[in-house]
Design a protein around this ligand. Sequence first.
Ligand code: FAD
Ligand code: EPU
Length: 343
Amino acid sequence: MRDIRNYSLLEHNTFGIDAMCGRFLEYASVDEAVEVAGMISSSPFLIVGGGSNLLLTGDYPGTVVTPAPMADVSAGVCLDSKNLTLRCWAGLVFDDVVNYCVDKGLYGLENLSLIPGQVGASAVQNIGAYGAEVKDVICSVEAVEIATGKVVTIPAEECRYAYRQSRFKTEWRNRFLITFVTYRLSTSFTPHVDYGNIRAELDARGIATPTARQLRDVIIDIRNAKLPDPKVEGNAGSFFMNPIVSREQFENIRRDYPSMPFYEVRNVLGECTAYKIPAGWMIDQCGWKGKTIGPAGVHSRQALVLVNKGGATGSDIVRLMKAVQHDVCERFGISLQPEVNIV
Ligand code: FAD
Ligand code: EPU
């Protein structure tokens, strides 16, 4: 177990904020997670994965806990070839698992290619992109309950997954240290290419029926063209969630903005019950795209992403966040909620 006092979190957050924590603990096994749970249960702690959805507004005096990273994916996964499930160590880089699966002919994760962060956080965040959400392939989550040290296996059905939501983010916040996530995969590949410009990109490459590798490559290229690389410009992906609004609110806004993009939100019966409006479009409409306040900026190719233009503090980013929220609320009557965890 790594146990370090007064440790810099610079390498543990993609916003590139240089903050310190009082203590840094890294667990490399279930036994170590149980031990760590005992060490932190009565003092302030923060669980961090890759820190790619985290904004630090100052030093964190308590203990930061993280699962140990693992460079060799094959050492951190275990395939049950009868049930086609893959049990993955929480500290693995999620995209390394996607790549591994595509290599091995295990399908279902390819549309989630290149989402930063770790396996453990994928189950907290219910990560999603290009028409897919990880909840649709999660079977179960293994974890250690911090208060008791008990090792538990939680079936996905109990995690109350919804758009960027789970019980781990709400009533179970800070209750568990996740150790493993098991995904259910398939050996037959069905390409999902109807979202955004995937089809157009495939057409441009003369690909009618893509392989999983080709689909992954196209999604990686689309993402790289649109989203800033955190190593170049610190960011945490979409800063806000896309708001889900009622039909009435949607129609009110649409009257003034007939070309507004939107997604229908459907219930289990397939009925449209609400509408999701892209927050990036609203921020763009407010004229914020490419604008800055000091060292904090709105990305020039995707207005939903706030960036560290160099040397920004968490407070600089929060100032920009509030200015953007204010203008969107004035113009559309919608209060944007951050997707990013602000600590
Ligand atoms: P962190 O940010 O470190 O933590 C996220 C949450 O999970 C926190 O609440 C933390 O306490 C909890 N947590 C982490 N590990 C554990 C654990 N082992 N046990 C218990 N709790 C834990 N997200 C998307 O959904 N779709 C995208 O397309 C997308 N694109 C992005 C693009 C960029 C360039 C960036 C920087 C981010 C993007 N994100 C996207 C956001 C981010 O990648 C996800 O939220 C990701 O799941 C965060 O993983 P992480 O390991 O960095 O978690
Ligand atoms: N748009 C604009 N201007 C902008 C940005 C977007 O007009 O500056 C418009 C686009 O033209 C498009 C619509 O808004 O019509 C949606 O844009 P995009 O396809 O880029 O997706 P998004 O809704 O902004 C979401 C996720 C991303 C995910 C992509 C692709 C959220 C909060 N964000 O973004 O996830 O990668 O879809 O599926 O749901 C993340 O969560 O960190 C993240 C990056």
